[in-house]
Design a protein around this ligand. Sequence first.
Ligand code: NAI
Length: 474
Amino acid sequence: MAAAYDAIVIGGGPGGYSAAIRLGQLGKRVLCVEAERLGGVCLNWGCMPTKALLHVGEVMHAAQELKDMGVEFPEPKVNLAALNKWKGKMVDDLVNGVATLYKANKVESLAGVAELVDATTVRVKKADGSTETISAPNIIIATGSEPVSLPGMERNGKTILNSDDSVTLSDIPKSILIIGAGVIGLEFATIYKRLGADVTVVEALDHALGDTDVEISTLLLRILKKQGINIHLKTKATSVAVKGAKVSASLQGEINETREYDKVLVAVGRRPRTSNLGLEKVGIKLERGFVKVDAQRRTNIPNVFAIGDCADVPLLAHKAMKEGIVAAEVIAGQAAAYDPMAVPNCVYTDPQVATAGFSEEQAKAAGYEVAIGRFRLAALGRARTVGTSDGMTKIVGDKKTDLVLGIHIVSPTAESMIAEAVLAIEMGATVDDIGLTMHPHPTFAESVMEAAEALHGRAIHIVNQPVVPTPAAR
Ligand code: NAI
């Protein structure tokens, strides 16, 4: 008997739903199995609710700052019930949007927990305890990732939180300790600080934000500290003990103390969700805990694909979406491959950080002789019009060829500005190409052009340092 579906997608997050929708667009019969809600972590507990909370915090902060600009408000106050209701509706609308797209593209959806029985069969356990067994010639695993916990600091959802708990905001703590200065730690530090909490962040390493360009992460930390967030590098929380409604935490490193906080947020990374999926039974290989895949996102079993957080770093929604589209097109017989020159990375602090391509350290380690162009926001008219002067754009170029190797931005709207950097790197643009490209004035995007010009010693709005000549002038 012919299978009812051409493909089964396990997981309805950004990776899984993009794959399912593209399969539908290509005329394939597809079933998406999702254990919780369509949209996955991104829509329900991650990207979307955190960005909504960050927006609220930013508006509150802006309302306070407007005093200097001649506009006065009474002290802004948060109505938590109204905020949670608005955020919940926004998330529901997005989730319903995915369901609508499924319908329009004839993607079928099944609620339940899926497990591979063999390379073409999936068993789904539904909420009522019943099971359904379905076959398809292609399977895409898109099960995502989950927060890592620290031994002795396991989440209780009330005082010891992970990122999923933190978007729910049952109350605004007076004080919070955040363990880990990665992207989750710093975004939540911004949210809680803006909503009025006393925020302390501890990070075990001597820098924040993983392998982000160190000059950029150092600049961000300086700005966040100026905003009143306490950040301690080379510091660990050695123990955490719940004491009634509070948590006592001992810190060791740059700061050594034991004190009570209302809440502790553990933000020390996420790990791929690969257990209880039947992967071992089917013989699917893992590497460093991730499902091992090739450029077409096939596992070692050619008709089983894996995409998104469960299939290697970086754990980013846009990487998952791209992989989902690649896997769908491969299943439909097209010549697609996942081979990006640069994956953008955005951190939604205030100001935002966005990066693409090599950091200065990575470019040097890869053997490049680097040339650096910097342009600081203090010299950017557009930044001054919104009362900002902290931030910069940094371009890492190859001294020999002038190729753009990486662009790193600390600025309002960095999230959008970084698209230019990705395009430049994908198309093999030179730093000179960016400098010669007319950018609109006044905009934040001008800082990318000015940083490119600075690399060649000809930025207009700063005093240039002695630098690398353009290829034409050599
Ligand atoms: P992360 O791996 O980025 O950062 C965790 C940090 O915790 C590291 O710097 C690590 O050194 C530190 N750490 C680990 N153990 C520690 C300890 N005992 N004491 C003190 N510090 C400790 O992980 P994070 O921030 O949890 O994010 C997980 C993933 O989620 C990231 O890979 C990211 O790609 C993704 N994500 C992306 C977002 C975005 O694109 N805006 C937003 C949220 C998450």
